[in-house]
Ligand binder design. Structure first.
Ligand SMILES: Nc1ncnc2c1ncn2[C@@H]1O[C@H](COP(=O)(O)OP(=O)(O)OP(=O)(O)O)[C@@H](O)[C@H]1O
Ligand SMILES: [Mg+2]
Length: 266
């Protein structure tokens, strides 16, 4: 990447749920074409931050720029135009269990375009082929394994030929080999389709095998951002604790849990 074009920019993004400050001034720039990984402990606000980047949540303060648009100021029509250029692969695959694989994948095309059914069928076929599920159109989600469901979610995320795809924990709950297949798929799709990929994960193997750059979130802020090697050798004890998975260190899991329960039951 010789010249960097900023495709996503978060400026001082803050968000509270009730009394709890979840995002506490996030600043990030993501460049066109890169695979950008966001890591951080469970409950630190990764999914919440992603939902701001797809316009599903608005920040209490700060701004989110995607493809040159300030999402906070867009009206519904303008937001729809941006959403067409963005794909989302949800944490839980989020397939509709009553729809076939084909109908799940084609849903964005049926909702956002006036393409003929015959054209839609061809596009769906191509996207399923890209994720290694050729000929699976007629199956129901309940007939698939977890890894296959993730791949259907991935086919749906790319069905509109997006410029940006967000992946929320694409390898969670998968065995290491299937997780590796999904990681490779994300990289292949990024390169083949020139997609900018933003991947939320706490799978360290994924982080270091797919990332061009990595950001670590902690307590609603970006602790550090940089190339994987820089993060790996970071002197920040919180980052080292996260990478090594050491239960003893500056990040106190039980403190987080106590704060959480206190808020829940107060
Ligand atoms: N709609 C909501 N209303 C109230 N609280 C919420 C809402 N969404 C998220 N939260 C809270 O915000 C915090 C961050 O949640 P989020 O889902 O962003 O975490 P995460 O980093 O994605 O965690 P994980 O790695 O477990 O997926 C959690 O404490 C959660 O309870
Ligand atoms: Mg999450």
């Amino acid at each position: 990447m010789s010249e960097k074009e900023t495709i996503i920019k978060a400026v001082d993004v803050c968000k509270k749920f009730g009394d709890r400050q979840i995002l506490n001034g996030i600043n990030l720039e993501i460049y066109r074409g890169e695979t950008f990984v966001i890591m951080g402990g469970s409950g630190c606000g990764k999914s919440t931050f992603l939902r701001h980047l797809i316009g599903a949540l608005k920040p209490d303060s700060g701004s989110v720029w995607v493809l040159g648009h300030d999402l906070v100021s867009l009206n519904d029509d303008e937001m729809d135009k941006v959403k067409k250029k963005v794909g989302m692969c949800f944490q839980s695959a989020a397939l509709f269990d009553s729809m076939t694989v084909g109908d799940n994948v084609s849903l964005p095309l049926r909702e956002h375009t006036k393409l003929d059914k015959s054209v839609i069928d061809i596009v769906v076929k191509m996207k399923l082929e890209l994720v290694g599920l050729r000929g699976f159109e007629a199956l129901m989600p309940s007939q698939l394994s977890g890894g296959m469901r993730k791949r259907v979610g991935l086919a749906r995320a790319i069905v509109m030929d997006p410029e940006i795809v967000f992946y929320d924990e694409p390898t969670a709950g998968l065995d290491p080999i299937v997780a590796g297949v999904i990681d490779k798929l994300i990289l292949d799709l990024s390169k083949k389709l020139s997609i900018t990929s933003i991947v939320v994960t706490h799978d360290m193997k994924s982080v270091f095998s797919i990332a061009d750059r990595v950001a670590m979130l902690y307590e609603g802020r970006v602790l550090e951002v940089g190339a994987p090697d820089k993060i790996k050798t970071s002197k920040n004890p919180m980052i080292q604790q996260f990478i090594t998975g050491n239960p003893d260190g500056p990040i106190k899991f039980f403190q987080q849990k106590d704060d959480y329960l206190e808020q829940l039951f107060k």
